[in-house]
Design a protein around this ligand. Structure first.
Ligand code: CP
Length: 316
C-alpha cells in the first residue's frame, strides 16, 4: 500500500479488517514496526476522532507523530497550478509539500471540499497535490469526496457485530441537518460496502439528493425510507448536501430523522453514524442512547482501522 485514499487502496479488504481486529485484541503486537519513523498529521479542517485515533494508532506502532493545524497555525495554502498569488494564500502546496516530505515518512491530510467547485472537489485537487509533490505515502484523514479510514472502521464494526450465517442488509439513509455538508462519508461508505460485496445494500434519500453513481453503483436506491428500512440489520444515518446541483440543501424534512418508531420496521437494526451527530435533528436521543446504537464502537474502531492501514504502509 503506497497511499490510502479510497477503497481501491484496500484490494484485500477482509484481510485488512482482520489485521485491525488483531490489533484490537493486542494493540502493541507490532510496537516496534514504526520505530525511527515519523508521521505528520495535517488538518486543514477540524477533527476529534480522526486526529486522536490516528495518533494513537501511530504510537501503538512505535512511530513519532506530529499534528499540524494548517488552518489555524500555518500559512494558508494555495492549490491551483499557475495561480497568481496576490490574494490571501501565502504558500503554494508545490513549495510546502516537498518540505513535509523531508520531515515525515508518512503524511495524513484532512481537507474538506469547498462545496463550491464540484470539478476541483471531485478531482480531489488538494490531496492529489500532496501526493504529487510530497514524495511520501499519503493517508486521507477525510478528503473532498471520501473518508476511507471511517469506512474501514465501519466495515470492521459490521464484521464484528454481525454473527449470522447470511448476508446482512445494510441501509444508508439521508437525515436532515442545519448545514450543507459534504457527500464524503456517504460516498465513502457506499464505495466500501459495494467493494466489500458481502451485504445487501440499500441507499435511501429524498428527491434531489442522489449521490455520484461512481460510488453508489451496486446499491439499490429508493426515495421511500420506510420501504428501505424494512428488515435492515444495520442503518447508517448521515446527512449530505446535493451532488447534482452541487452543495445545496433542498428538502430538509424532519420526518427523515431516525427514531425508535422507524426502528420497529427493521430487524432490530444496529444504528451507525460517523459522528459528530446533531442530536434530535439527524437522530433522536432515544436512538443514540438506546441499546441498538453502535456509534461509540465505530469511533473506537477508528484506532484499529488506522493502525491496520499504517502497518500496511510501514511494511512496504
Ligand atoms: N468521524 C470523524 O471523522 O470524526 P472527526 O471529524 O471528529 O474526526
Amino acid at each position: 500500500m503506497k497511499n490510502f485514499i479510497s477503497a481501491a487502496d484496500a484490494p484485500d479488504m477482509n484481510s485488512l479488517v482482520q489485521r485491525a481486529l488483531d490489533y484490537k485484541s493486542e494493540p502493541l503486537r507490532d510496537k516496534n514496526l514504526g520505530t525511527g519513523k515519523r508521521m505528520g498529521l495535517l488538518f486543514l479542517n477540524p477533527s476529534m476522532r480522526t486526529r486522536l485515533s490516528t495518533q494513537i494508532a501511530a504510537q501503538n506502532l512505535g512511530m513519532d507523530c506530529i499534528v499540524f493545524n494548517v488552518g489555524q497555525d500555518g500559512w494558508s495554502l494555495e492549490f491551483e497550478d499557475e495561480a497568481i498569488m496576490s490574494g490571501s494564500t501565502v504558500e503554494h502546496v508545490r513549495d510546502a509539500a516537498p518540505i513535509l516530505g523531508k520531515y515525515f515518512d508518512i503524511l495524513g491530510i484532512r481537507t474538506f471540499p469547498s462545496l463550491q467547485n464540484k470539478v476541483d472537489d471531485y478531482n480531489e485537487l488538494y490531496i492529489q497535490q500532496f501526493i504529487k509533490y510530497s514524495g511520501i505515502p499519503i493517508v486521507s484523514l477525510e478528503s473532498a469526496t471520501l473518508h476511507p479510514l471511517q469506512s474501514l472502521s465501519d466495515i470492521i464494526t459490521i464484521r464484528e457485530t454481525f454473527k449470522e450465517k447470511r448476508r446482512p442488509k445494510i441501509v444508508l439513509t439521508w437525515a436532515p441537518h442545519v448545514k450543507a455538508l459534504p457527500q464524503c462519508v456517504a460516498n465513502s461508505f457506499s464505495q466500501w460496502v459495494n467493494a466489500w460485496g458481502e451485504a445487501d445494500f440499500v441507499i435511501t434519500h429524498p428527491e434531489d439528493y442522489e449521490l455520484d453513481h461512481a460510488f453508489t453503483n451496486g446499491a439499490s436506491v429508493t426515495l421511500d425510507q420506510s420501504e428501505a428500512l424494512k428488515w435492515a440489520d444495520f442503518v447508517y444515518i448521515k446527512n449530505w448536501s446535493t451532488y447534482n446541483d452541487y452543495g445545496r440543501i433542498y428538502c430538509n424534512d424532519p420526518k427523515w430523522m431516525m427514531t425508535n418508531e422507524k426502528l420497529l420496521l427493521t430487524n432490530s437494526a444496529k444504528i451507525m453514524h460517523c459522528l459528530p451527530v446533531r442530536r434530535n435533528v439527524e437522530v433522536s436521543d432515544e436512538i443514540l442512547d438506546g441499546a441498538n446504537s453502535i456509534v461509540t464502537r465505530q469511533a473506537e474502531n477508528r484506532v484499529w482501522a488506522a493502525q491496520a492501514v499504517l502497518s500496511e504502509i510501514l511494511r512496504k
